[in-house]
Design a protein around this ligand. Sequence first.
Ligand code: SER
Length: 336
Amino acid sequence: MKSVELRQKFLDFFEEKGHKIIPSASLIPENDPTVLFTTAGMHSLVPFLLGQKHPAGKRLTSVQKCIRTNDIDDVGDDVHSTFFEMLGNWSLGDYWKEDAIKWSFKFLTEELNIPLERLAVSCFAGDDDASKDIESAKIWQDLGIKKERIKFLPKKDNWWGPAGKTGPCGPDTEMFYWKLNNVPAPETFAAEDKNWVEIWNDVFMQYVKDENGNYFEAKQKNVDTGMGLERTLAVLNGKENIYETDLFLPIIEKIEELSGKKYEENQKAFRIIADHIKASTFLLASEVEPSNLGRGYILRRLIRRAVRHGKQLGIKENFIAKIYPAVAEIYADFYP
Ligand code: SER
């Protein structure tokens, strides 16, 4: 499957379920001064998650471009990147756990034809702030996920948000795909086994966190979901990593051409260069300029790291600008 097709399938599916398609917001958050970049589809929706009426209604869906730099040291492994796209659907005080989980399941198993044997889920284990999410686990079980494939995990794993320091948040349920093709998925799900790749996350935003770190019941209960486009695309194409998909291959080929080296023998450097140049292209397109501070510093750091890895590959020329067109070629249609 191609990335274009996966984005469209997701939007069509949720549009058919009464969701309005909203465009990707800017990578620079408009109404959250506590974060540098948009890190999830919900950022631009914060006022609406807090109760303001959204002009498009109570059910929304989008493909959101995101940048997360907290995982920068993991970039180069199979599944982490600083730039990624998130496919999301939202209920603003409308449907709740049952519909959200049922639709996630339907999309995965019927639209994407992911076999049940390769799926596992996690649910919130409960603590002093919120109770154990037995309801979600029961919904998954009724849909056909075996008990052994449902794991209850604590807040550090199964809680999302707030995106900044304060705001809407809540327990989540995460969906994992067994990525190995030649080893069957174990009967029992173990979240620490990295061959289970998290591909989607349904957050049940029923709390608001304040400046003192306290959680309050929100006036409006929302659903906020986020599916990783790159990861899902990889697994659907039988790939164990996100780099061997149409969202990266043209960039990797360009690096091969410029360096005269093979991707297979230099995977980590190629992956870092490809990711960082992609992220910096989007930042430059968002009018961020390299500097010593804030967003500009992150941009400078991404470019510098790409240059450093390029030098290590033996590229002598000033190569960064030669790679930008490969990024544009992949994304120009969706992000003109
Ligand atoms: N906000 C959640 C996440 O980023 C779901 O959209 O995973």
